[in-house]
Design a protein around this ligand. Structure first.
Ligand code: ADP
Ligand code: MG
Length: 260
């Protein structure tokens, strides 16, 4: 395979061989490299990708989280005129996604998912380099709407809305008050790595930063409803520690995600 790399990345990868890739969602290419007992992941994003800025946020958040929480260690971040590159160490373990498809029961998955979120939301926010504010997300959503969005996975009750009508719905649900913590920002099963039944690290933190905790809770609710089953939501809320879920916010952030 031909993969053109900037000099610094080439240097860092001397003696490594490529084991996997490219793979990845939304136009990001992910490659896995190995040398003896070392494993690295390289993320490569084209500058024309609408989410290009998220790779630099990922780099900044990873650097900031170093020593505070289990995250990949950044080896190199590099921008060229047509691509951005992030080379990092691998977190040992399996994604929760993989565990779910392999062996774990729904109960175990939901427990780990809720416990992990509690840990992430407990990270102290002082000095955090990124903020995920509703206003800014709404502006971006509007931009993405113009570029074209895919609403195929949208819930049935919104199926007959046009993207613009959905955007108006989103505006009408905007929370009056935020409950800000450190959020992951894309809290999906394939973005947390589990080892020995415990969270061993978080990855894909390009939307992480200070934000409303319901941004993560909403994606968790959507993923549990969609992949595991509605009946597991109570256990999730119990373990996370919410007695009265704010369904308005959950709806707001689920719809928001449709634009991303
Ligand atoms: N540092 C890492 N450690 C372990 N696994 C990783 C790492 N980076 C990426 N992966 C694997 O690659 C997949 C995609 O990487 P991710 O950063 O989530 O990209 P995407 O933006 O495409 O979701 C992850 O779900 C995980 O399986
Ligand atoms: Mg991911």
């Amino acid at each position: 395979m031909h993969l053109e790399l900037p000099e610094d990345i080439k240097q860092a990868l001397q003696g490594f061989s490529i084991k996997n890739g490219p793979s990845g969602l939304s136009g990001t290419n992910i490659y896995r490299f190995e040398k003896e007992n070392k494993m690295y992941f390289l993320k490569v994003v084209d500058v024309n990708n609408r989410f290009i800025d998220e790779l630099e946020v990922e780099y900044e958040v990873l650097k900031w989280l170093e020593g505070k929480f289990q995250v990949p260690q950044v080896i190199t971040f590099k921008k060229t005129s047509n691509k951005h590159f992030l080379l990092m160490t691998a977190i040992k373990g399996n994604t929760l996604e993989k565990l779910y498809h392999q062996s774990k029961s729904s109960e175990e998955i939901v427990k780990i998912y809720a416990e992990s979120l509690k840990l992430i939301h407990g990270i102290k926010i002082s000095g955090c380099p990124n903020k995920e504010e509703d206003e800014f997300m709404l502006l971006k959503a509007r931009e993405y709407l113009e570029l074209g969005i895919n609403l195929d996975n949208m819930e049935d009750k919104y199926k007959n809305l046009t993207p613009l009508e959905l955007y108006d719905k989103l505006l009408s649900l905007k929370p009056e008050k935020n409950d800000n913590v450190f959020i992951h920002g894309d809290y999906c099963f394939d973005n947390i790595i589990i080892n020995n039944n415990m969270l061993n690290g978080i990855i894909d933190v390009g939307r992480a930063g200070i934000g409303d905790k319901y941004k993560d809770i909403a994606l968790a609710v959507r993923n549990i409803q969609g992949d595991i089953g509605e009946q597991w939501l109570d256990l999730f809320f119990n373990i996370y520690g919410i007695t009265n879920p704010d369904w308005n916010k959950i709806e707001f952030y689920i719809i928001m995600d449709e634009f991303y």
